[in-house]
Design a protein around this ligand. Structure first.
Ligand code: NCD
Ligand code: ZN
Length: 345
């Protein structure tokens, strides 16, 4: 049995680093494992300008401990009627790596999101022209659609139209949770890819109701049926470069999760690569982890591969029940479990 795993250093192609005290508390967890990360712009207020993204990037760099080599890759939060010139300028200046489409009210801090993709057509046209990736939170917000069906409905009602109208647009379907999304991406052109989180590989929707309400397993898009989890595991471990790592690590203080209206989001950054390693080992695919974690993402984003290497060792690794952060505590993903792999650096 392999006892040491060496991988080209991975990148996280979808993370929430927050701001202020929470940023200070969580930045190193991501920066320890990952060389680069696509940083989500759903702050309050959202990051919608080049100036705001550049300032946020400076705050992230300042929050990461000296000695950790970490490059935050910034995204622009798309709003109705956003000026395409701002996107083009931000991309040209190397501030905006990509832009993020949140359907309005689909998830945490998405109140300013897009109410109809027609309202960002000019932006999508410009992004298609300059090759700037569009990152999509793919859920409809129609309250007559069951929450477990919202990703599949988004493919039918929105995504098919975007792909038809902008056939060359480079799209990442973020944190996919369904077999429908796996099939859509697998059958689409090479300009369409997807990220997959550690938690959607590990849990199905039963985790939220295991003996009682389990708010720490609640995220958006919500975990689905077992058949979907199995499709995600097959996609992630297939060696198909359209599927790559994106943790969607989304920290919320314990009081915001254990509440009568608990926030969506799972904080997995501290043990992210260990969690993926567990899934890949269970699937007999440890040899495919490096492609998924460290190679397919840079290829899609047209960025160089990282040169350095990380090491994981087979050592029982207990995950704490809680982690102190920003004057409160966060319950991390895998809290109280023991993982088989430990990230050494
Ligand atoms: C994210 C957050 O908390 O910002 N929550 C989540 O459940 N994933 C928002 C998001 O990515 O949908
Ligand atoms: Zn997210």
């Amino acid at each position: 049995m392999t006892d040491t795993l060496r991988l080209r250093r991975p990148d996280d192609w979808h993370v929430h680093l927050r701001d202020g005290a929470m940023l200070a508390a969580v930045a190193d967890a991501t920066a320890r494992q990952f060389a680069r990360a696509i940083v989500m712009p759903n702050l309050k207020p959202p990051v919608t300008t080049v100036a705001a993204a550049a300032a946020y990037r400076d705050r992230i760099r300042a929050a990461v401990s000296p000695g950790l080599n970490f490059e935050p890759l910034m995204t622009c939060y798309l709003v109705d009627g956003i000026d395409p010139d701002e996107l083009v300028r931000g991309h040209g200046e190397g501030v905006f790596t990509a832009a993020k489409l949140y359907p309005a009210h689909a998830t945490t801090n998405s109140a300013h999101g897009v109410t109809d993709v027609r309202h960002i057509h000019a932006a999508l046209e410009a992004m298609q022209r300059i090759g700037m990736p569009l990152l999509i939170h793919g859920e409809v917000t129609d309250h007559t659609v069951d929450v477990f069906d919202r990703e599949a409905a988004f493919i039918d009602r929105v995504l098919n139209g975007v792909v038809r109208d902008f056939p060359e647009l480079r799209i990442v379907f973020e944190h996919i949770t369904t077999k429908d999304a796996v099939d859509f991406v697998a059958e689409a052109g090479p300009n369409i890819a997807a990220t997959i989180t550690p938690h959607h590989l590990a849990i199905n929707r039963n985790a939220m109701f295991d003996g009682g309400m389990r708010p720490h397993f609640y995220c958006l898009p919500v975990a689905k049926r077992e058949l979907h989890r199995l499709a995600l595991r097959a996609a992630a471990t297939s060696g198909n470069p359209k599927f790559f790592l994106g943790t969607d690590s989304a920290p919320h203080g314990i009081e915001a999760k254990e509440s009568d209206c608990g926030c969506a989001g799972i904080y997995n950054a501290p043990f992210a690569i260990e969690s993926y390693a567990r899934t890949f080992e269970e699937e007999g695919a440890l040899d495919r982890l490096e492609g998924f974690a460290s190679e397919y993402g840079p290829a899609f984003y047209r960025l160089p591969l990282n040169a350095d290497v990380i090491t994981l060792e087979r050592v029982p690794t207990p995950v704490p029940a809680r982690l102190a952060a920003a004057g409160t505590e966060i319950v991390p993903f895998h809290a109280g479990e023991t993982l088989a792999w430990r990230f050494l650096g």
